[in-house]
Design a protein around this ligand. Structure first.
Ligand SMILES: [Zn+2]
Length: 175
């Protein structure tokens, strides 16, 4: 199941129990980009574990003198680990500019479906504390985007550290 972990932590898979039936909905893990968040894709070199942003380099020039040397060390053909690591960064100024107005417009509508939504800061990450949702087929998009955006809002509004509060950073893990 896809999940995120960092300044905020949670799942991208939602399950609604309507009594007779459990409805399962998977959210696009990268949807925050449309609200101004930045996705940073990292790939790692085999052997040394350095990350690489530019995918054109033939080997890790920081740690090896040639591709042959790195191959000898790692014993694999593809020197870049095939599984990328995803990091999402939401800068406070982008959030203020793009998300807060969206929240204002959609708040009342969303609260109708989500009577309870509270967050808590636990072990240096913001997690959902209480959540109650009235599910219907038409509101899944709004409800889920609203919940994660509120979680990021909580992070910005409750983080009193003098350094590092201007950006909400978390890793995205895919199954
Ligand atoms: Zn390296």
């Amino acid at each position: 199941m896809a999940y995120y972990e960092g300044d905020i932590t949670g799942d991208f898979v939602w399950e609604y129990d309507s009594g007779d039936e459990v409805f399962r909905y998977e959210q696009d893990p990268f949807f925050l980009q449309k609200y101004g968040a930045h996705l940073w894709t990292k790939r790692f070199w085999e052997g040394c574990g350095c990350y690489v942003e530019d995918n054109n380099l033939p080997y890790c020039m920081r740690c090896y003198d040639s591709a042959a040397e790195q191959k000898e060390h790692t014993n694999v053909d593809d020197l870049k680990n095939p599984h990328p690591s995803y990091e999402m960064r939401f800068f406070k100024e982008d959030f203020d500019e793009q998300v807060r107005p969206w929240l204002q417009v959609n708040e009342l509508n969303a609260q109708e479906y989500i009577p309870r939504l509270t967050f808590i800061n636990r072990a240096d990450t913001v997690v959902c504390d209480e959540w109650e949702c009235k599910h219907n087929q038409d509101n899944t998009g709004l409800v889920q985007e609203y919940c994660i955006l509120k979680q990021i809002e909580y992070y910005f509004d409750h983080n009193e550290e003098p350094i590092g509060e201007e950006c909400c950073v978390f890793q995205i893990f895919l199954p």
